[in-house]
Design a protein around this ligand. Structure first.
Ligand code: NDP
Length: 338
């Protein structure tokens, strides 16, 4: 079989100030390199678009380097090996790797993790069994030190991480699970399908009031995906010795200037709260346990996951922007081929 010589890749062409627009990106034809010694050539089948990528569009020092302008962007992807010069990987094998946003990727085999399409659908390695899933599992069980009987509130609750946080809390014996999301359909899904005890649409009225109604006895854990008024409302509702996992603050990702912090942070003193930031990369040791337990919950039907799928690489930027606006339920995926 002859190997492809070119493939399309998305470039960031301008650094967005505020909300990104399609004009900040370009889909360009790139040369495809044949694999060298120890390398594989992968045809990507599905790409992940994730909130953290918005931060990489800014030229600031962070825990991941910024995207370079006029170069292919990167991110998680699953694909099939089409040529291999590496031991242990052969054409036809499926791999998870980090050269997404493009059709073809040539990479060192040590940066490709072999995955099995027989064990689980390939896209789940980008979502429920992948990075977002581990974020939920580690963020709740390790970072928030979840204990049976805790009342848990999670924001972004119909998204990839949030929907899993709420369900893990239920499965691990939370006394009450409360979620917030941005539409009536999402709220319905949380209580009717995912087993949340209460849920509200944060666009319907002040978060503090809606949370107070949903959590009459307060909360012990707040899993923050959103920041802003959600964090402030949670601080007001947390019980003594409550714990907060600072996982994400998506409400501010497109702000040109940072919004002021929570006005009621002083409550953390009297209530002896613990607020802890997390990065999923610190929790690799938990991965085998997370995959084992989560795969069993999925198999038994106790944990439900959803994906919102955009078809075609030409729709990857729209999928990314749509995810930032709440167009996804569960994990946002871009499918290139079956
Ligand atoms: P989601 O699948 O949750 O998608 C993002 C969601 O954010 C949208 O669907 C939208 O849902 C919601 N949203 C967007 N703007 C706002 C807003 N202004 N207020 C409230 N909600 C908003 O993404 P992920 O599950 O991948 O990520 C969730 C969070 O976790 C993000 O903050 C992300 O940065 C963080 N994260 C952190 C990691 C870490 O290691 N610290 C690792 C992975 C993720 P809606 O319709 O409800 O508004």
């Amino acid at each position: 079989m002859s190997l492809p010589t070119t493939g399309r890749a998305w470039h960031l062409t301008a650094r967005p100030d505020g909300w990104p627009t399609p004009d900040d990106f370009a889909l360009r034809e790139e040369p495809v390199r044949a694999p060298g010694a120890g390398q594989v050539l992968v045809r990507n089948l599905a790409l992940s678009v994730d909130p953290y990528m918005r931060g990489r569009m800014n030229d600031v020092k962070s825990y991941v380097p910024p995207f370079r302008l006029d170069r292919p962007m990167d991110g998680a992807a699953v694909g099939v090996v089409v040529a291999s010069e590496a031991e242990g990987l052969a054409p036809g094998d499926h791999v998870l790797h980090s050269l997404g946003w493009r059709e073809y990727a040539t990479l060192d085999a040590r940066h490709a993790e072999k995955i099995s399409a027989d064990l689980a659908p390939l896209t789940t390695y980008l979502g429920v069994l992948g990075m977002p899933g581990l974020t939920a599992y580690a963020g709740l069980l390790e970072v928030a030190s979840f204990r049976e009987g805790d009342a848990v509130f999670v924001s972004g609750a119909a998204g990839a991480v949030g929907s899993q946080v709420g369900q893990i809390a239920r499965l691990k014996g939370a006394s009450r699970v409360i979620g917030s999301a941005g539409s009536a359909e999402k709220v319905k899904l949380l209580t009717e399908k995912y087993g949340f005890d209460a849920a509200f649409n944060y666009k319907d009225g002040p978060v503090a009031e809606q949370l107070a109604a949903a959590a009459p006895d307060g909360i012990d854990v707040y899993f923050d995906n959103v920041g802003g008024d959600h964090l402030e409302a949670a601080l007001g509702r947390l019980n003594v010795h409550g714990r907060v996992t600072l996982c994400g603050m998506i409400s501010g990702y497109n702000d040109s200037r940072p919004a002021p912090g929570p006005a009621n942070l002083m409550l953390a003193i009297g209530k002896r709260l613990r607020l802890q930031g997390m990065l999923v990369g610190d929790h690799d040791a938990l991965k085998p346990q997370f995959v084992r337990e989560t795969a069993a919950w999925i198999a038994s039907g106790e944990l439900i996951y959803q994906e919102t799928v955009a078809d075609g690489i030409e729709n990857a930027v729209d999928a990314f922007l749509g995810m930032l606006r709440g167009g996804n339920t569960g994990k946002m995926i871009v499918r290139l081929a079956d």
